[in-house]
Design a protein around this ligand. Structure first.
Ligand SMILES: [Zn+2]
Length: 159
């Protein structure tokens, strides 16, 4: 198994655990409502969870009616735990498929080249895109190109 694959699996699992530990959703943001507690002079934009009428504030984003506070609250609500859990589970499924081949670790065990017969060298484009999304990159950039199975060593970059 490659170090990058292990790092990305660990990152996706860590993000998944954070989402599972957060207040269950759905989280919601209503620009018509503000959060106001005793001692607060002004209300705050907030993201809430729980039943209507018994809402819990899971995130206050700043002064009410402030465009940035409103944008931040909308963004947080759009990335509630259920959404992040689904994304992480999808990412982990992609990683289960896209990994170095057991008999030839320089090739992805899932990806085939454009002609349907040749394998992509490892790391493949699917893995590289996911690693970029998690900001996990190899110090030696690689440009995956289709190669024939068993002949990958002639086009892989050094390292
Ligand atoms: Zn692949």
């Amino acid at each position: 198994m490659s170090d990058l694959h292990e790092q990305l699996m660990a990152a996706a699992n860590a993000r998944l655990e954070l989402a599972r530990a957060a207040t269950p959703g759905p989280w919601r943001y209503n620009p018509e409502k503000m959060w106001n507690l005793p001692g607060m002079h002004f209300g705050e934009e907030f993201v809430g969870a729980g039943p209507l009428g018994n809402t819990t504030c899971v995130a206050g984003t700043g002064m009410c009616d402030d465009p940035q506070s409103m944008a931040d609250a909308a963004h947080i609500a759009a990335n509630d735990p259920a959404t992040v859990i689904r994304h992480c589970e999808r990412d982990l499924q992609v990683l289960e498929r896209h990994r170095p081949a057991e008999d030839e670790p320089r090739l992805c065990r899932w990806c085939f080249g454009a002609n349907g017969e040749d394998y992509f060298p490892w790391p493949c484009p699917e893995f590289t895109d996911l690693a970029t999304a998690y900001d996990i990159t190899d110090s030696a950039p690689r440009v995956p190109q289709p190669v024939e199975r068993g002949k990958g060593s002639t086009v892989l970059p050094p390292g």
